[in-house]
Design a binder for this molecule. Structure first.
Ligand code: ACO
Length: 335
């Protein structure tokens, strides 16, 4: 049995900065409300004509991650691509990355687990490496939210939260007992699927039906979110799954050197930090700059923390996420 180790990290965000004041010109909102409720000061949005898309941003993040892993595209044995905002309904982003990066005919798998997408994708990649089937797996989380949000006042409670961007990690085979990913823990609870969802276009809300109904109020092609319900569940599940991961490895909260939460909302991260009694040095947040980038948020934050020298060899790094589905999970890493 092997373990997998993160050997390369990269991220990419569009250049176009959108501040809270910019949003207040499109809808009835303001900087104070957004900062107080979410901690977000600004986010990045793809700009028409800048060449970006979910897959293109994924490739940019992946290119950097590969360089840092000292690998070339032909060294990659598998792509796992996490997104809720693919360029096309089908096929998925994984095959676009395979084509754009000129890779061999390796497997390309798309993961549809929203905010938990990157944690799920890491877990999938980890299994393929642990068993010895593959040596190097490229994991990408990328989102183009701005292309699909309601920027009128009707959509303000959702659209101010999300931003665009991509992050990537290369997982490589490591000898067992020499660190790397210690364990991953995944969960779901589908009974809450309607609390944070985008219902169409899909076979349940197919395009002719959407056009025929011409809905004025209940528009199924914009995301809906029961914010307070999501918040309450997030803080419980985040804490549970972190504890589950620590216990599985006979570790305690005090052993954590760096906790990278999915950047859902700064208030959620602060609540968990407080609940677990983590110091400011043990937690990394960057939602203030990028908003919630869903599947991209953990790899962007992980890369920034690593670039800033906040993660060193031998550190215990914990990733955790919660989101639509509901789904949630954690990853425990000895760096
Ligand atoms: N600007 C100004 N006012 C707004 C905005 C806005 N952007 N959005 C909503 N409001 C108004 C509402 O209309 C409401 O007005 P009313 O009292 O006149 O009816 C008022 O603000 C309060 O609305 P609430 O929805 O009760 O506000 P709340 O304090 O719950 O904050 C928020 C909303 C930020 C979404 C919060 O519920 C939350 O953080 N939930 C967690 C969900 C989350 O983080 N989701 C991220 C994605 S999921 C994930 O990644 C886990």
């Amino acid at each position: 049995m092997y373990t997998s180790k993160i050997t390369g990290l990269g991220y990419y965000v569009p250049e176009n900065v959108v501040t809270n004041d910019d949003l207040s010109k499109l809808m009835d909102t303001n900087d104070a409300w957004i900062q107080e409720r979410t901690g977000i000061q600004e986010r990045r949005h793809i700009k028409k004509g800048d060449g970006n898309s979910t897959s293109v941003m994924g490739v940019k993040a992946a290119t950097l991650a590969l360089e840092r892993a000292n690998l070339v595209p032909n060294d990659i044995d598998m792509i796992v691509f996490a997104t809720l905002s693919p360029d096309m309904y089908f096929p998925g982003g994984g095959v676009e990355v395979q084509e754009m990066m000129g890779m061999r005919t390796i497997p390309a798998l798309d993961v549809r687990n929203q905010c938990s997408g990157f944690v799920y994708a890491i877990s999938v990649a980890d299994q393929f490496i642990k068993t010895g089937m593959y040596k190097n797996v490229l994991v990408i989380g990328s989102e183009n939210h701005s292309g699909g949000l309601d920027f009128s006042t009707r959509g303000r409670s959702v659209s101010v939260i999300f931003g665009d961007g991509a992050g990537a990690a290369v997982l490589s085979r490591n000898e067992a007992g020499k660190g790397g990913i210690l364990s991953t823990h995944l969960h779901s609870e589908g009974k809450h699927k309607d609390e944070l969802a985008l219902k169409g276009p899909s076979t349940g809300h197919w395009v002719p039906q959407i056009i025929a109904e011409n809905p004025q109020e209940d528009i199924p092609y914009y995301p809906v979110m029961n914010g307070q319900f999501v918040f309450k569940h997030a803080i419980v599940r985040f804490s549970e799954v972190i504890e589950e991961g620590l216990q599985a490895n006979n570790l305690e909260v005090k052993d954590i050197d760096m906790f990278i939460p999915h950047q859902a909302n700064l208030r959620i991260s602060q609540f968990i930090q407080h609940k677990l009694k983590l110091t400011d040095d043990q937690v990394f947040n960057n939602i203030q700059k990028y908003g919630n980038t869903t599947a991209a948020s953990i790899p962007i934050a992980l890369t920034e923390a690593w670039e800033a020298g906040k993660i060193k060899e031998g550190d215990l790094v914990v990733l955790a996420a919660f989101g639509s589905g509901f789904t949630w999970g954690s990853v425990i890493i000895r760096w």
